[in-house]
Design a protein around this ligand. Structure first.
Ligand SMILES: C[S@@+](CC[C@H](N)C(=O)[O-])C[C@H]1O[C@@H](n2cnc3c(N)ncnc32)[C@H](O)[C@@H]1O
Length: 140
């Protein structure tokens, strides 16, 4: 949780920008992007339970208009609307997705990765991050 605002600041997320999280899990990245950065957040998640959980959380937080969770394999999702990708995926998966990024992302789209690099891609900026504690998304 502590890393998410740092990631979104690093990507300079602005109001109404479209932020994708591929493999959005419990929805924490899309929710923080919408709640704290006023982005239009798009999570893509393959596990139905996590899709339902994250949609329910967005609804509870009255963020359903800004947070859309797409129940789909991220390989099939059109990334052309994206302004920012905020990702927490393994290098293996990122490397598989890299050709899709090159094909679909417009020039100027920012990609921010937590923890794992994309092989052969050089980051414009890298920062070291030390978590304060494990926190749940439900806390404000
Ligand atoms: C490391 S977790 C990251 C979760 C979340 N983004 C976060 O930062 O807490 C990766 C997520 O990707 C999802 N996932 C794996 N393969 C996927 C695929 N092909 N399409 C959509 N989601 C996928 C998993 O179910 C899991 O929730």
């Amino acid at each position: 949780m502590d890393a998410i605002p740092v990631m979104l600041e690093l990507a300079s997320v602005k109001k109404d920008e479209v932020v994708f999280d591929l493999g959005s899990g419990d929805g924490r990245i899309p929710i923080v992007a919408a709640r704290d950065f006023h982005a239009l957040a798009r999570g893509v998640e393959i596990r139905k339970r996590l899709v339902e959980q994250s949609r329910a959380l967005a609804k509870d937080l009255e963020l359903s208009r800004r947070v859309k969770i797409i129940s789909e394999n991220f390989k099939k999702v059109d990334l052309r609307p994206a302004d920012v990708l905020a990702l927490y995926l393994s290098s293996y998966t990122l490397n598989l997705l890299a050709p899709k990024f090159i094909e679909q992302l417009r020039p100027g789209v920012r990609i921010v990765n937590f923890d794992f690099p994309i092989e052969g891609w050089k980051a414009k900026r890298e920062i070291e991050f030390k978590p304060k504690a494990t926190r749940s998304i439900c806390m404000s």
